[in-house]
Design a protein around this ligand. Structure first.
Ligand code: GDP
Ligand code: MG
Length: 436
């Protein structure tokens, strides 16, 4: 029973529902979070519009916990925007050829190593790394260092300056030596240019990889979108790799890229070490982008403030014996707004008893409301003055009987007493009363 009491108190205090102002405020905060996370302005705007429509459609304002529902809608929507369930890598070929693309410094070489390590240790594959960055000798060395770190062979040909030929030779080497995955690391430039695009496109055409991945540095923010688009136009790539998410970037590029090229984000890089690779989970990314903690606490704060203010007013009235039918009516209306009557009724002291014989649905309060509406303001704030002739008048006005009016007055009196006791710390007394 004391469990129930706790709940009851909670419900009494929690009558405040989130207001339309709160929804607008929340959405403003969400939009700010998106912009902070480097999401494109138009995408952020469209997003909040969609969320608002969904929220209104689901009647967020009238549910039991509007704040939580609101947060859920925002998160679900964002998750969907980034692509639903995690997508794997196509490993159907023999060998499966995976081509890396992206700008210089985006993390291709590092990720090639991470992916080889991941496929070797987690998927029991036998991968081969192929060095096709022919412009800097250091690039080939770098891949060899990576390969030796993870115990994966690296195919390279330092005398050859044709990446198409090297990639073909690499695949042939894999076939001849029983490798079932070939990861081709390529050269990138600092910005999109024709030479780079032609080269990667030629490699792509020549080897027809099972999987073409576009690697992008998540810290490049808005620029990432243009780069992704340029590469996708030429390669029609299969997936995106988002690197350097270990920094303090929130990773809004994920949303923008996904919205523009509509390709799944498959993996993320979270550090320089070979183990710093993770499958991409849209819902985790949604948390990160929203800085979910912030938004959740904002919503909760807004609601608490509202609840506390209402509760304080109510407490004062009860303490001063000023709790009248107007307040009661307000309570009923708020309860109705919250929906799900059956659950709620059980939590409110006195009310459960009061509605014992009534079918609990939205009409449950009709008679009660009608009676209260037929009272004068004076009668509502001071029910003691309701004498026999007033009762007759109220009964007629509300289409009920004098008995029904009497019943409501009696129950209201009981309820007021109970509330007063609760306020005065008379918890024990009330428990006895409720038991008896
Ligand atoms: P590439 O030019 O595309 O091959 O890029 P690299 O693989 O050489 O990476 C460029 C730099 O970024 C290197 O210093 C890497 O150590 C670093 N890097 C790559 N991925 C990550 C990552 O996920 N987190 C961090 N912090 N650094 C990374
Ligand atoms: Mg490289």
């Amino acid at each position: 029973l004391s469990d129930k009491l706790d709940k009851a108190l909670h419900v009494l205090k929690g009558h405040g529902s989130i207001t339309e102002v709160n929804v607008a405020e929340t959405l403003k905060e969400v939009r700010r979070a998106l912009l902070d996370a480097d999401v494109n302005f138009k995408i952020a705007k469209d997003f909040t519009t969609t969320v608002k429509e969904k929220a209104l459609g689901q009647n967020v304002l009238t549910t039991l916990q509007p704040g939580q529902l609101m947060v859920k809608i925002v998160k679900d929507e964002l998750t969907e925007l980034m692509g639903g369930d995690a997508e794997g890598i196509n490993l159907s070929g023999n060998p499966s050829v995976i081509l890396m693309s992206g700008l210089q410094g985006s993390g291709k070489t590092t990720f090639s190593g991470k992916l080889a390590n991941y496929l070797k240790t987690k998927k029991s594959k036998k991968p081969l790394l192929v060095a096709c960055d022919v412009y800097r000798p250091a690039a080939i060395d770098q891949l060899h260092v990576v390969g030796s770190q993870i115990g994966v062979e690296v195919f390279s040909d330092r005398g050859n300056s044709d990446p198409v030929a090297i990639s073909k030779a690499g695949i042939a080497h894999a076939k001849a030596n029983g490798y079932n995955v070939v990861i081709i690391d390529t050269a990138g430039r600092l910005a999109v240019d024709e030479a780079m695009m032609t080269e990667i496109s030629n490699i792509h055409k020549a080897i027809q990889p099972q999987e073409t991945l576009f690697v992008v540095d998540s810290m490049t923010g808005q620029d990432a979108v243009n780069t992704a688009k340029a590469f996708n136009d030429v390669l029609n790539f299969d997936g995106v790799i988002l690197t350097k998410l270990d920094g303090d970037t929130r990773g809004g590029a994920a949303i923008s890229i996904k919205s523009v090229v509509n390709k799944p984000i498959k993996f993320i890089g979270t550090g320089e070490k070979m183990e710093a690779i993770d499958v991409f989970y849209p819902s985790r990314m949604a948390d990160r982008i929203l800085g979910m903690g912030d938004v959740v606490s904002l919503v909760e704060r807004a609601q608490e403030q509202f609840d506390e203010e209402e509760a304080r007013k109510l407490q004062k009235k009860i303490a001063k014996n000023q709790f009248g039918f107007d307040d009661f009516l307000k309570q009923i209306q708020q309860i109705k707004k919250m929906g799900n009557m059956k659950d709620l009724m059980g939590m409110i002291p006195g009310a459960g008893k009061m509605l014992k014989d009534v079918d609990i649905d939205d009409d449950a309060f009709k008679g009660i409301e009608a009676i209260i509406h037929s009272m004068t303001p004076k009668e509502r704030s001071n029910p003691n003055i309701i004498n026999a002739s007033r009762k007759t008048r109220i009964g007629k006005g509300s289409g009920t009987s004098v008995q029904q009016v009497n019943q409501l007055l009696k129950q209201f009196d009981q309820m007021s007493k109970m509330m007063k006791m609760m306020q005065g710390g008379g918890g024990k007394k009330m428990m006895q009363m409720m038991k008896g």
